[in-house]
Design a protein around this ligand. Structure first.
Ligand code: C5P
Length: 234
């Protein structure tokens, strides 16, 4: 499967860059995209990202920026300079921050996709209350997705449970990136709002972020093949 067609983004959540690089090479840049998050980036820095980009990988740099507009805009430009395929910010950073991020990237001829995290898939309703967000979880997600859409972002990160209502509100061009996926029979780990990759795709997700079901599997390539088969057969 060519990565431009595969919806799979494998989260390389490792502490050691050597392990991340080894798995990335095993997976291959034609088969899937890869995601680099806070742990690996904090340990290994931009060099690893640039290395993976130079090997042909389309990299989702998942640093979830959330700060004042000027800082986030400049951080987005720094991320774009690494040649990554997708970056993200927190929609809870608000309208001015989202606009600043998008306007900064618009100055670049070749820019990464910019998506916003709505509500983390590790959150449940009680977690929302605890940070002062009232209303139902999916109401909050929808509000933040619409805000991101109005600010001209390319898409949002959401749980697969919220795909249908977001799609209805924002149309077919907005990218929906869904983590919190678990093939049937896998542990939920710390994720709360989970679904299988095949179900998420059927509901209209554009990209599927998958970490531990592949990275913690005894045979990651076999785990990936099984997920690919489940998507093909669905
Ligand atoms: O191992 P697992 O499949 O749960 O990994 C999910 C990945 O997606 C992690 O790298 C996590 O940081 C990321 N993520 C998430 N929820 C979001 C956004 C990103 O789980 N809302």
């Amino acid at each position: 499967m060519n990565s431009s067609k595969s919806p799979l983004i494998i989260a390389l959540d490792f502490a050691q860059p050597e392990r991340a690089m080894a798995l990335a090479k095993q997976l291959g840049c034609k088969r899937c995209r890869i995601k680099i998050g806070k742990e690996l980036f904090t340990r290994s820095g931009p060099a690893l990202v640039e290395n993976l980009v130079s090997l042909g990988f389309e990299v989702f740099l998942d640093l979830k920026f959330h700060d004042i507009p000027n800082t986030v805009a400049r951080a987005c430009l720094a991320a774009a300079d690494l040649g990554v395929w997708m970056i993200n910010v927190h929609a809870l950073g608000g309208r001015n921050m989202l606009l600043a991020a998008r306007e900064a990237l618009d100055k670049r001829q070749l820019r990464p996709l910019l998506v916003a995290v709505t509500i983390l898939t590790s959150f449940e309703r009680f977690d929302l209350y605890a940070v002062g967000l009232h209303g139902l979880l999916d109401e909050n997600v929808l509000r933040l997705a619409c805000l991101s859409h109005n600010c001209g972002l390319d898409g949002v990160v959401c749980s697969a449970h919220e795909i249908v209502q977001i799609r209805r509100a924002v149309g077919s061009h907005f990218k929906l990136v869904t983590p919190g996926l678990r093939p049937a029979g896998f542990s939920k780990d710390d994720q709360k709002r989970v679904m299988t990759p095949a179900e998420a795709l059927k509901l209209g997700a554009n990209y599927l972020v998958i970490g531990r079901p592949v990275t913690a599997a005894p045979e990651p390539l076999l785990a990936l093949s099984e997920i690919e088969a489940s998507i093909r057969d669905s």
